[in-house]
Design a protein around this ligand. Structure first.
Ligand code: PEP
Length: 281
């Protein structure tokens, strides 16, 4: 009897707090790992608004992150990085939104990887489609950026994905192979513990349109095949593009998914909290 009561109590607690092995129903539960949530604030907000948003994250997301075990990575505007990094009280990680392909030198307006590290970043986004489109960053440039990040011990978050035209022409896998191969060449034998690859179909970013789960699964499986047996650190696979409280359920059970890269929704803390909590298994 006492045993039964004990296991009932365990059952109630199990979803959030009790390790699977202690849970009498563990065989029925999906074995899901905590996820990565990369919060890309882009240039949506001013310097002061970045700091205010970080304050809101601290007030409203710390317990969500702690109870779910998810990894929350914040990518503020570069001018706010130092002020945000100064505050070491929250269990969040920091990332640059991009970095220079060059070492320090005469490169006006650029941010070097060493400064990102000194500012407190652990990660760096590279290859975001907005950088590829508006700043003409080629695969070769993205590979150099990866090199700079790795040289500083920063973990790359490599964004890849096809445009609508490329999707229409059935070129999704070809585009992904091209974009990823360029970066993988420099990641070979690097010492970072893992790196992140965010599959972000360009047509899904900020459009409210999402791929079907099976389409993302096909891309993930393609990436796994492409990188199988290579001498590279383990890859964490993220999806990015129009994730919000109404869309997250359609992709959160994607096979091999290790997390999400979230743009617009990540600057609305209430909505972002719903997204993160929706992935609380
Ligand atoms: C992005 O730009 O990487 C992104 C995922 O944006 P959004 O979530 O706004 O579509």
């Amino acid at each position: 009897m006492i045993c039964q009561i004990f296991f009932k109590m365990l059952n109630k607690l199990c979803v959030a707090n009790i390790p699977y092995a202690l849970n009498p129903t563990w065989k029925k539960m999906p074995m899901k790992q905590p996820l990565f949530f990369v919060s890309n604030w882009k240039m949506y907000l001013s310097y002061r608004a970045n700091i205010a948003l970080y304050q809101q994250y601290k007030e409203q997301l710390v317990s969500t992150v702690t109870t779910t075990g998810h990894t929350l990575i914040v990518c503020p505007t570069v001018s706010a990085l130092a002020a945000i990094a100064h505050d070491k009280s929250a269990p969040f990680y920091l990332s640059g939104q991009t970095c220079s392909a060059y070492d320090q030198g005469a490169y006006t307006g650029e941010t070097d990887a060493q400064s990102l590290r000194e500012l407190g970043c652990t990660y760096g986004i590279i290859g975001h489609s907005e950088r590829r489109i508006y700043h003409h960053e080629t695969d070769e440039i993205v590979a150099h950026q990866a090199q700079q990040l790795l040289h500083q011990g920063l973990i790359p978050i490599v964004c890849i994905g096809e445009t609508r035209e490329e999707k229409k022409k059935n070129q999704t896998h070809a585009v992904i192979a091209r974009q990823l191969t360029a970066v993988i060449r420099v990641i070979t034998r690097s010492t970072v513990p893992y790196f992140l690859v965010a599959y972000e179909p360009v047509w899904a970013i900020g459009s409210g349109k999402l791929p079907h789960q099976h389409e993302v699964e096909r891309v993930f499986s393609f990436i796994k095949t492409l990188t199988h047996g290579l001498d590279i650190p383990p890859i964490k696979l993220l999806y990015g593009g129009s994730i919000n409280p109404s869309s997250v359920d359609s992709l959160k059970n994607t096979k091999d998914l290790d997390g999400f890269l979230v743009g617009k929704t990540s600057i609305n803390v209430a909505e972002y909290k719903v997204v993160i909590q929706a992935c609380n298994w």
